[in-house]
Ligand binder design. Structure first.
Ligand SMILES: *[C@@H]1O[C@H](CO)[C@@H](O)[C@H](O)[C@H]1NC(C)=O
Ligand SMILES: *[C@@H]1O[C@H](CO)[C@@H](O)[C@H](O)[C@H]1NC(C)=O
Ligand SMILES: *[C@@H]1O[C@H](CO)[C@@H](O)[C@H](O)[C@H]1NC(C)=O
Ligand SMILES: *[C@@H]1O[C@H](CO)[C@@H](O)[C@H](O)[C@H]1NC(C)=O
Length: 568
């Protein structure tokens, strides 16, 4: 397993353009009063797609908590120290050694984690997006002195806090005390952003190393209750108001470092956090801004934001947060994560690059992939290389156990089914595991991966079957959730949501594989195949569009048969 990971790593490090899209919505910006945050884990194919359950635990005084390095690829952790069976060493894997220790607390809360802690039993939710930053640092034991990755900070927030504000303060304080390191020790990926929610409010949190490389600089801004916000691999927090403690939290280093570097003075007025500490978009122009525009274009079209700008930091093209035109639902956010900018001038389903059957899934190109041609594809929100997408929903009017729901969308959002899990569950099904090097029909990740690849046979037609499945399963999930909510509200004793949610996940897994079989038959071999009565079937042809045939010189192919020679 390690060998396979190493090969993936070697192939991808040169292009290491991790990217994640995250969206947050305050309680008055959602249709039902939920606070929500989302996250698409857009790695480079090697990202660990597993969702695991981390049980609550009690510790005697004096216990130390080990801290591990975060490889951010499969397997993200190996060993027994975290007491999670999915991470037990297999096939000769070597357990990770801690890079340091901190004092453990008496009790840690239960939570669910993918690469990052995602929701805990108190409905605290997190969505992550890697950002550029002007400082970066390396980990202890890996050439540096910083103890915490963003992965570990999110785990600590899950283990130790019961509100978004407490989570932000804990992560900031811990990183200041022990150091923060980013995914890469370079401007690309040196910094991090988290959207942090609870049943009442949500925060945008940004963090990077400080120049000593063993502490941190961080700031957080509260999202107005009737607003949504978007972070897509670039900081968004701009003017920090140090006197507005209800809406801004930050480290003193924000001011000290900026002043020491000569980047800000008190007489400059409010400090522009992104303006000073972000290094702008990475990968290429519009890599971040286009997605931010894309989300607002779908959810707040009346803002009429321009998709164009000169430079992302300098131009400040988009607001930090904004009021959506219509209150958003879980299904709305799922759809936004599937967007290829359909119907706009950036629509990736209708170009010669999309081929005759309109696929927007443009795979890696450019010199790092072995091509001589430089260029870039439009960075869409929906993306073929996503390992998983999460939507966290926190609801203040319900008991925590059922109020907090993680909608887990394995593999790429455009093709995924979002499978709900209540935060009070005491286990997760084995179907939330999965390893990209080992096909496993018991895995939701593999079911969606299978579907996403079969769709490519005739993408423009097959995606309609997928959308129908997604809509039917979303309705089924919402109905199941509503019935559990009703039970939780009516019974006096706390309701254990585990059995009902597990059974529901089992049904979605079955529906997913059923859909792959149906797609395989329907679009096999370039036909569209249908069963007909009396056990027969009909295969129809679906020609490529005229414009595409002309564009690829179909008209210049072999000519018609010339007149036959006269036989004398
Ligand atoms: C490990 O987890 C199991 C159940 O998940 C629990 O019973 C056990 O007490 C845990 N062990 C430690 C050392 O926390
Ligand atoms: C939340 O955590 C704080 C600080 O640890 C604690 O005082 C409070 O009782 C907790 N609230 C709930 C509802 O658990
Ligand atoms: C890149 O250019 C070199 C030199 O012209 C050529 O040998 C090679 O095949 C090209 N690679 C691709 C992928 O076209
Ligand atoms: C199209 O095909 C014809 C006939 O083979 C050829 O002469 C022409 O150059 C081709 N055009 C393009 C754009 O490839």
């Amino acid at each position: 397993m390690r060998v396979i990971s190493a090969v993936f790593l070697a192939a991808s490090l040169t292009t290491a353009v991790h990217g994640c899209t995250t969206i947050i919505a305050g309680r008055l910006a959602t249709a039902d009063g939920s606070v929500m945050c989302t996250h698409s884990n857009d790695g480079e194919g090697e990202t660990d797609p597993r969702l695991v359950y981390v049980p609550a635990a009690d510790y005697p005084p004096g216990t130390m908590r080990p801290v591990f390095w975060s490889p951010e690829l499969y397997p993200r952790y190996v060993g027994s120290a975290r007491n999670i069976s999915a991470y037990a060493p297999v096939d000769g894997q070597t357990p990770l050694e801690p890079i340091g220790y901190i004092e453990q607390v008496a009790h840690t809360y239960s939570y669910m984690e993918e690469t990052y802690g995602t929701i805990n039993e108190h409905q605290v939710g997190i969505g992550e997006s890697t950002c550029s930053g002007v400082f970066s640092a390396k980990a202890l034991g890996h050439g540096g002195q910083a103890l915490f990755s963003v992965d570990t900070l999110t785990q600590l927030a899950m283990e130790r806090t019961n509100s978004s504000r407490a989570a932000v303060e804990l992560m900031g304080r811990m990183a200041e005390a022990h150091g923060f390191y980013g995914q890469d020790d370079s401007f690309e990926g040196g910094a991090e952003s988290l959207l942090v929610t609870d049943p009442h409010e949500g925060w945008i949190f940004h963090i990077l190393s400080d120049p000593t490389k063993k502490s941190a600089i961080w700031a957080a801004q509260r999202v107005p209750d009737d607003h949504i916000g978007v972070v897509a691999n670039a900081f968004v927090i701009r003017d920090l108001d140090p006197n507005d403690k209800a809406n801004f939290l930050f480290s003193q280093s924000v001011y000290d470092v900026a002043q020491a570097q000569g980047w800000w003075r008190p007489d400059h007025g409010l400090l522009d956090f992104a303006g000073i500490y972000s290094d702008g978009e990475y990968a290429h122009k519009y890599y971040s801004g286009r997605r931010v525009w894309g989300v607002y274009h779908l959810l707040a079209p009346s803002l009429r934001l321009s998709p164009d700008y000169e430079e992302y930091l300098k131009s400040r093209p988009y607001p930090v947060t904004a009021k959506p035109d219509k209150k958003v639902s879980v299904a709305d956010l799922a759809d936004v994560h599937r967007s290829y900018y359909e119907g706009t001038q950036f629509d990736q389903t209708v170009s010669i690059a999309a081929g005759p059957f309109g696929t927007p899934d443009h795979v890696a190109s450019g010199p790092a992939s072995g091509s001589n041609v430089t260029g870039n594809w439009e960075r869409t929100i929906g993306l073929w290389r996503t390992s998983d997408t999460t939507i966290v929903q926190s609801r203040s009017w319900l008991p925590n156990a059922v109020g907090g729901v993680l909608w887990y969308g394995p593999h790429a959002a455009p093709y995924t089914l979002f499978v709900p899990f209540a935060c009070g569950m005491t286990s997760l099904p084995a179907s939330t595991l999965g390893f990209q090097a080992k096909l496993d029909k018991g895995s939701l990740y593999w079911g969606v991966r299978y579907l996403a690849n079969l769709v490519q046979l005739k993408r423009n037609l097959a995606v309609k079957d997928v959308v129908k499945l997604q809509q039917d399963m979303m309705t089924k999930s919402l109905n199941m959730q509503a019935s559990v909510d009703a039970m939780a509200g009516s019974v006096g004793a706390p309701l254990d949501p585990t059995p009902i949610y597990l059974e529901h996940a089992r049904e979605l897994l079955a529906a997913l594989w059923g859909a792959t079989d149906a797609l395989m038959f329907k679009y096999a071999d370039g036909w569209v195949n249908e069963y007909t009565p009396q056990g027969n079937f009909k295969s129809s042809t679906v020609p490529a569009p005229d414009w595409w045939l002309r564009a690829v010189n179909y008209t210049g192919g072999p000519p018609p048969v010339p007149p036959r020679p006269h036989r004398e």
